[in-house]
Structures are given as structure tokens and as C-alpha cells.
Design a binder for this molecule. Sequence first.
Ligand SMILES: Cc1cc2nc3c(=O)[nH]c(=O)nc-3n(C[C@H](O)[C@H](O)[C@H](O)COP(=O)(O)O)c2cc1C
Length: 210
Amino acid sequence: MSTTVTLALTGASGMPYGIRLLECLLAAGVTVDLVYSAAAQIVARQECDLTLPTQPREAARLLAERYGAAAGRLIVHAREDWLAPMASGSNPGDGMAICPCTMGTLGAIAGGLADNLIERAADVMLKERKPLVLVPRETPLSAIHLENMLKLARAGAVILPPAPGFYTRPRTIDDVVDFVVARVLDHLGVPHALVPRWGDARETPMTRRA
Ligand SMILES: Cc1cc2nc3c(=O)[nH]c(=O)nc-3n(C[C@H](O)[C@H](O)[C@H](O)COP(=O)(O)O)c2cc1C
């Protein structure tokens, strides 16, 4: 049985992380339930020159073609699709990432609003004790942001800010993006070889360049 992960894109800066995560999940053979906000559509255009269609079926066709997803591996849901499996604790899948995650969505999840499919699926992950990885992006952080993150961490979410390490000596933006995406995949339990692991003696393109 294949792994199923919900990926939500919201309208924070950092869309290259979310798109790369989608690409890596599909390459790993994971079944992805994708949902994105209206603000995410704006940021995707701004940061990635990527149009995320409003119609889920059109989005699934376009993204599956672009990222070479096998048939049935990528399902795109509208934000109000209450019939989507992850809207219910009876069918949550194996985990969820919100990448990038706005302070607005983070606050709504911390408040238990469950007012759209992104917030509801996150709520379901927490109550069902499934991995929920949030990649929040804002700077600086207010006390409200920090309190919401603490609340969610205490409820079981993984707060994974896009804060790349530089000990791997990244040379390109792609290297930096991969550093963050690798940590998200780790927390979702999806195998990858995106960046060398600390203490791993194997030579990789990144260590060779150092
Ligand atoms: C280009 C762009 C960049 C943005 N960057 C951030 C950001 O880094 N963090 C954040 O919390 N909101 C950011 N916003 C604002 C959110 O998109 C806005 O609060 C929106 O209502 C969030 O809705 P959503 O959580 O449903 O995506 C940005 C908006 C735009 C257009």
C-alpha cells in the first residue's frame, strides 16, 4: 500500500519549497492530495511563474504532466471540498505538510477553526495523531505568531521553519530549497537522498564542490 500525504500550499513567501516538495513526493511514489489557497495561487505566479488553476481537475492534469506523476498519484482538491478523504478522521492518510504556511493559516489551525479543507485536514491530523509539518514563513515573528506556534507544537505539530543550514555548503538556490524540503520529507517518513546527512562519509555532488 502506498503512502498518502496531504500537501497544502498557502500564500506565504517560499513557494519554491512547496513546489519542490510536491515534485519529490511524486518522485518517491507517494500519493499526494493537494490543496491550495487563493493567496497561494498569487504567490506561485509571483515566485515560480507557475499558474495554479482554480479548477482542481485542470490543476491535476497540468501538474501531473509537469511533474510526471503516475495516474492517480496526484489528486487536487478545492479548498471547500468537504468530501475529500482527509476532511475526516476516518481517512486521514499518512500525514500532512503545509508548505509554505502563512501566519493566517497557522493562526486558524491554532484556533481550531477548520473553516476550509486546509484547516480541517490539519485539525484532523492533530486529533488523529498523524504527522503534521508546518513550514511557517514570516519575519520578524510577533508574540501572536510565536504563541500560535507553541500551541501547535504542544498539540503535536512539527514547526519546521524554512531555515536552511549552511554546513552542507549550498551553492545555489536549489541547494537551499532542497535542504528544507529534505527535513520536511524526513518528518513525513518519505525516503530521499536530497542532501548529504551529517556524518555520512559518502561523496555527493555537494560535498565534492566544497
Ligand atoms: C507575494 C506575497 C507574499 C506573502 N508572504 C507572506 C508571508 O511570508 N507570510 C505570511 O504569513 N503571509 C504572507 N502573505 C500574505 C498572505 O498571503 C495573506 O495573509 C493571505 O490572506 C493568507 O491566506 P492563506 O493562509 O489562505 O493562504 C503574502 C502575500 C503575497 C501576495
